[in-house]
Design a protein around this ligand. Structure first.
Ligand SMILES: [Cu+2]
Length: 171
């Protein structure tokens, strides 16, 4: 990360400082400055790369957990994402009972930026979301690993009654 010019500059300084033991700490200080500079450059690169994805608004997909009539199903029950794209998955529960959006392997195959529900924003790994009747949550993420993943509601009897689906991440 350090420009070569800066390294040779540091070597020149070190040769000079070698004669002066008392100034050794100054050399260490300068080397440390170099490391800080290198770390900053990496952070800047990361910001730039994620910035490229986040420049566009996320593609929005809404999934209903159950229906207002009380049917036990996801609507739609088939979701397709493209790896490397930015998505906002809006989950709603219009039904009279609570439901889960559970797809552990899918959750492991994406990078979650945040989950927003009410006035709360949750950052970090998310594996499962529980939505109470009338609740809404937004899951913002970037799919990373292609594959086919199972989706289900983990409340006893719900997936058996049809509350399951499939998620695909394609390249
Ligand atoms: Cu359910």
């Amino acid at each position: 990360m350090l420009p070569i010019k800066m390294y040779s500059h540091l070597i020149n300084i070190s040769q000079y400082l070698y004669k002066c033991h008392k100034c050794l700490f100054l050399l260490i200080f300068l080397v440390c400055l170099g490391f800080i500079d290198g770390t900053c450059a990496i952070a800047e690169n990361l910001n730039n790369s994620s910035g490229d994805i986040i420049k566009q608004p996320p593609a929005e997909i809404t999934v209903s957990l159950g229906t207002a009539a009380g049917e036990l199903k996801f609507e739609p029950n088939f979701l397709e994402f493209q790896s490397g794209k930015w998505y906002k998955l809006v989950l709603t529960n219009p039904s009279p009972v609570k439901h889960y959006f559970t797809s552990k392997d899918f959750a492991d195959a994406i990078w979650t930026q945040k989950v927003e529900a009410g006035n709360v924003e949750i950052k970090g790994m998310i594996h499962e979301l529980e939505l109470k009747p009338g609740a809404e949550a937004e899951w913002v993420f970037v799919p990373l690993k292609t594959g086919k993943y199972n989706l289900r509601c983990t409340i006893p009897g719900h997936s058996e009654a049809g509350m399951k689906g499939e998620i695909i991440i394609k390249s």
